[in-house]
Design a protein around this ligand. Structure first.
Ligand SMILES: Cc1cc2nc3c(=O)[nH]c(=O)nc-3n(C[C@H](O)[C@H](O)[C@H](O)COP(=O)(O)OP(=O)(O)OC[C@H]3O[C@@H](n4cnc5c(N)ncnc54)[C@H](O)[C@@H]3O)c2cc1C
Length: 291
C-alpha cells in the first residue's frame, strides 16, 4: 500500500509566498508557465509519485539491484517505471527545451524532484545523475558532444553518471590516478572507480559516464584533473549506437540502504580478456572539459 502523500498545499504556499512563483512565471521565457499550470503539474507529479514510485520503494529496498557477470538488473518494476517516467516527460522536465526538455523554472522542478526523492530515493537517483551529466555537458561540452548526447539523455533513452571516486581518492580528489591518453580525435581512458551511482543497469539503451582523469602531462593535485565522456556504447556520427566501449561494472556495493540504486565499481580500459566484443585496448572517451 502506498503511504506517500505529497504535501501539495505546503509546497504551493511556499512557492507562492516565499519563492516568488508569480514573479518567476513573469520572467522572459516562462510566459507559458502560469501559476495554474504549475499547480496542475504538481498535482500530476504527486499522483505519479503516489501511484507508481512509492509502491516500488519497498521492492527496491527488499530485492535490490542484482549484479551478474558485469550486468546489473534493477529490482522488479524499476525498468517499466523508468520507461513510463520518461514517456510522461518527467525525466527531462527541468532540462532546456533546445534538447527536448520542458525548461520549467527551477523553483517548479525542485518541488517535483522532491516528490521523486521522498517517494523512492533509489529510483530518483538515476534521474538525478542523468540531469547532472546533462547540465555538465550543456555548460562545458563542445557543440558536437551536445548534439550527439543531450537529446537522448534528456529523453531518458540514455542515462548519465559521474565517475569521480577512486579507492584512494574520495573527499581528496587530488589523489585520483585514472589516466587519459590522447589518440586521434579521442582519448584512451583507464582506471578504477568506486561508488558509481547507477553506473550499470539495463533500464536505458546507453549509459554516458562522465569520468575524471589525468592527462599524461597534467600537474599534480586538483589542477591536473580533466573530465571525459565515456559512453557504455560508442555513438556513431548519425547518433546510432556502435560497439561496446572498453569499460565494465566489476561489482556493486552491499549497502545499508537505498538497495534499489546500484552503486557500482567500474573498471575502465583493462578488461580486454573478458569478452571478444570488448576491445583489448583502453576505453575510448571524448573530452567533456579539459584544463
Ligand atoms: C551511496 C553512495 C553513492 C555514491 N555515488 C557516487 C557517484 O555516483 N560518483 C562518485 O564519484 N562517487 C560517489 N560516491 C562516493 C562519495 O562521493 C564519497 O564517498 C565521498 O567523496 C567521500 O569519500 P570517501 O568515502 O572515500 O570518504 P573519505 O574521503 O575517506 O572521508 C571519510 C571521513 O573523513 C572525513 N574527511 C575527509 N577528508 C577530511 C579532511 N581533509 N578534514 C576533515 N575531515 C575529512 C570525511 O568528512 C568523512 O567523514 C557515493 C558514495 C555513496 C556512499
Amino acid at each position: 500500500m502506498s503511504t506517500y502523500a505529497a504535501p501539495l498545499r505546503d509546497m504551493l504556499f511556499t512557492m507562492k509566498e516565499v519563492g516568488g512563483l508569480d514573479a518567476i512565471c513573469a520572467q522572459p521565457g516562462h510566459e507559458e508557465t502560469t501559476p495554474d499550470l504549475v499547480e496542475a503539474i504538481l498535482q500530476e507529479a504527486a499522483h505519479y509519485a503516489t501511484g507508481v514510485l512509492d509502491p516500488l520503494n519497498r521492492t527496491g529496498d527488499v530485492q535490490g539491484a542484482r549484479w551478474h557477470d558485469g550486468q546489473v538488473t534493477p529490482a522488479d518494476g524499476f525498468r517499466e517505471a523508468w520507461a513510463s517516467f520518461c514517456e510522461n516527460g518527467w525525466n527531462g522536465m527541468p532540462a532546456a527545451t533546445e534538447w527536448g526538455g520542458q525548461g520549467l523554472p527551477t523553483l517548479v522542478s525542485t518541488a517535483v524532484l522532491e516528490m521523486w526523492k521522498s517517494s523512492n530515493l533509489a529510483f530518483s537517483l538515476c534521474q538525478m545523475l542523468t540531469l547532472g551529466a546533462v547540465e555538465a555537458i550543456a555548460h562545458h561540452g563542445s557543440d558536437a558532444l551536445k548534439r550527439r548526447f543531450l537529446e537522448p539523455m534528456v529523453a531518458g533513452r540514455w542515462t548519465g553518471t559521474m565517475n569521480l571516486t577512486e579507492p584512494q581518492a574520495g573527499s581528496d580528489l587530488a589523489a585520483l590516478r585514472s589516466r587519459a591518453v590522447p589518440e586521434g580525435d579521442h582519448y584512451r581512458v583507464s582506471g578504477n572507480k568506486i561508488f558509481i551511482t547507477w553506473g550499470e543497469h539495463d533500464m536505458a539503451e546507453n549509459i554516458v559516464h562522465l569520468v575524471l582523469a589525468r592527462l599524461p602531462d597534467a600537474p599534480p593535485g586538483v589542477k591536473g584533473i580533466s573530465l571525459f565522456l565515456c559512453p557504455k556504447y560508442l555513438v556513431n556520427d548519425d547518433g546510432s549506437l556502435g560497439e561496446r566501449n572498453d569499460l565494465a561494472c566489476t561489482s556493486i556495493e552491499h549497502k545499508m540502504g537505498i538497495h534499489g540504486s546500484p552503486t557500482a565499481s567500474m573498471s575502465f580500459g583493462d578488461c580486454g580478456a573478458r569478452s571478444a566484443t570488448w576491445s583489448a585496448s583502453r576505453t575510448r572517451g571524448w573530452p567533456a572539459c579539459s584544463r
